[in-house]
Design a protein around this ligand. Structure first.
Ligand SMILES: Cc1cc2nc3c(=O)[nH]c(=O)nc-3n(C[C@H](O)[C@H](O)[C@H](O)COP(=O)(O)O)c2cc1C
Length: 239
């Protein structure tokens, strides 16, 4: 699978994000929606953690460089409900509003779970991504470890907390500190969720005549075909 061009929406999303977080850190929050085990909508706020592989060439073998860094990410606890839900159905949509530039991004596609090596059998790492063209397989554990290292000690400790969404019991312990003795246990619950956009709907309220642009990833013979060429198409829609 190869991607012919860099997606047009990525530049404006990066500019909106940069401007947004410079003014207010909450611009890093977006709503992440998927379907739950009953096929019903499930949505929650998460924190954007970065574009995957943005710095890849600087950090590892240039052979592993991605054609584009249009993969988004957030992190979560292995035992949270969304993990089991995404295992069953990894279609997602996010909604991300940037007040400073008055733009909304609705991004849909497929979510990939990057879990600790001990759980890879249950949650296999992705082998093919539309957005990636590498001569060697991506070292997902390298990526997961890198993102874990960026976490503050108290955030790392939250991955030792009992399963999110389950009733609090007398045995529930909530750690706020990290030390060498529990770092590995926290890291084993740490999941990097990689979001692979396939459709991006951008609404701009910055002008009196609101503007709406739809970017869709189109492929040749089929999205799962290894030799298919993919590219982004662009359409202006009524707002
Ligand atoms: C501002 C804010 C940021 C949050 N960031 C995250 C996050 O980055 N990852 C995460 O798993 N949960 C985050 N949460 C908690 C989620 O909204 C949600 O309650 C939790 O992930 C459990 O969701 P689930 O039961 O659907 O798996 C955040 C909540 C708020 C209010």
């Amino acid at each position: 699978m190869s991607l012919k061009t860099s997606p047009g929406w990525l530049k404006s999303l990066k500019a909106a994000f940069k401007d947004g977080v410079n003014k207010d850190a909450s611009a890093a929050y977006f709503s992440f929606a998927n379907t739950n085990s009953e096929g019903k909508p499930s949505v929650r706020t998460v924190v954007f953690r970065g574009f995957i592989c943005e710095n890849y060439p600087k950090e590892t073998d240039a052979d592993q460089m991605l054609k584009t860094d249009a993969l988004l990410s957030f992190t979560t606890h292995l035992k949270s409900n969304k993990i089991a839900e995404l295992k069953k159905n990894n279609n997602f949509e996010i909604s991300w509003w940037f007040p400073s530039v008055r733009e909304q991004y609705r991004i849909s596609g497929q979510a990939h779970l990057i879990v600790s090596p001990e759980y890879v059998k249950d949650y296999p790492h992705p082998t093919k991504l539309v957005h990636c063209e590498t001569s060697n397989p991506i070292d997902w554990e390298f990526q997961r470890s890198k993102f874990f290292s960026f976490m503050s000690p108290s955030l790392k400790a939250s991955f030792l907390w009992p399963p999110p969404g389950k009733p609090v019991s007398k045995d529930s312990v909530f750690h706020y500190e990290m030390d060498e003795s529990n770092a590995e246990a926290a890291k084993s619950n740490f999941v990097l969720v990689v979001l692979e956009p396939l459709k991006v709907d951008v609404v701009s309220l910055a002008h009196r005549d609101h503007r709406r642009h739809l970017y869709s990833l189109s492929t040749g013979p089929g999205i799962s075909d290894e030799n298919a060429a993919s590219d982004w198409t662009f359409q202006e829609l009524n707002p």
